[in-house]
Ligand binder design. Structure first.
Ligand code: 13P
Length: 256
């Protein structure tokens, strides 16, 4: 049985005070309204993680994730944060390979392979992002792009490690644009990802893999996307900054 998950990526938004208030609002709404067994992850900026972790209570549905980490364990990398630091602060997940990291910080598949290694070594589950640009969608190379992102960054992993990954399919053209992939477009890629994983590893690992959709997902379109057989939840940007919208998206998974 694969796990359904909704994860919020706050990106570079929310001061500490606002972040604490948003997190507690989400937590309250979840307690009042959500009974399903879907996982809920919030990925705030680094500086929020330890404060938010302290506010978690045992049995809480919410878990914390980070948005990035460095590929080394420790050392002279001014301004960077390591996976072991994230684990010590209370992060259970970390987003790796978000398209904004690939685009603005020149992260390439081999860098991401190293990041996946160090994250897994520290007992954190990666939310590994893949997805094509608009140009690649239009020129028809998107299947090849997805295949190389997955194989170059993650297919070196042993089966036991790969099984700890959450994959997020985020078409770059749908991120922050209001242009959502249609449920059929998203389903096509999610199913393709599962096929690639079955070919590389095995069918049962592919069946158990959680694959999230990300890109302009909101309370209006979430149910339709989550109804697709290979879509196991969402990685949410803008709509995760409003507690009401984020929780409504989480509730859309109840129907799955
Ligand atoms: P939006 O939901 O704002 O399009 O962002 C998606 C995303 O990049 C999540 O990681």
């Amino acid at each position: 049985m694969r796990k359904s998950i909704v994860a919020g990526n706050w990106k570079m938004n929310m001061g500490l005070k606002e972040g604490i208030a948003l997190f507690s609002e989400i937590s309250e709404l979840l307690k009042e309204e959500v009974n399903g067994d879907q996982g809920v992850i919030v990925c705030p900026p680094f500086i929020h993680i330890s404060s938010l972790a302290q506010s978690l209570e045992s049995g809480d549905k919410l878990q914390l994730g980070a948005q990035n980490c460095h590929q080394s364990d420790s050392g002279a990398f001014t301004g960077e944060v390591s996976a072991s630091m994230l684990a010590s602060a209370g992060a259970a997940y970390v987003i790796i390979g978000h398209s904004e990291r690939r685009l603005y910080f020149s992260e390439l598949n081999p860098d991401l392979a190293k990041k996946l290694d160090v994250v897994l070594k520290n007992g954190i589950a990666p939310i590994f992002c893949i997805g094509e640009t608009l140009e690649q969608r239009n020129d028809g190379s998107y299947f090849e792009v997805i295949k190389s992102q997955l194989s170059e960054a993650a297919f070196h992993l042993a089966e036991a490690d790969f099984s700890k990954l959450v994959i997020a399919y985020e078409p770059v053209w749908a991120i922050g644009t209001g242009l959502t992939a249609s449920p059929e477009q998203a389903q096509e890629i999610h199913s393709y990802i599962r096929t690639l994983v079955a070919e590389k590893y095995n069918q049962s690992l592919a069946n158990d893999l959680t694959i999230l959709y990300g890109g302009s997902c909101n309370p209006k379109n979430a149910s339709e996307l989550f109804a697709q057989p290979d879509i196991d939840g969402g990685l949410i940007g803008g709509a995760s900054l409003k507690a009401r919208d984020f929780v409504d998206i989480i509730k859309a998974l109840d129907q799955k």
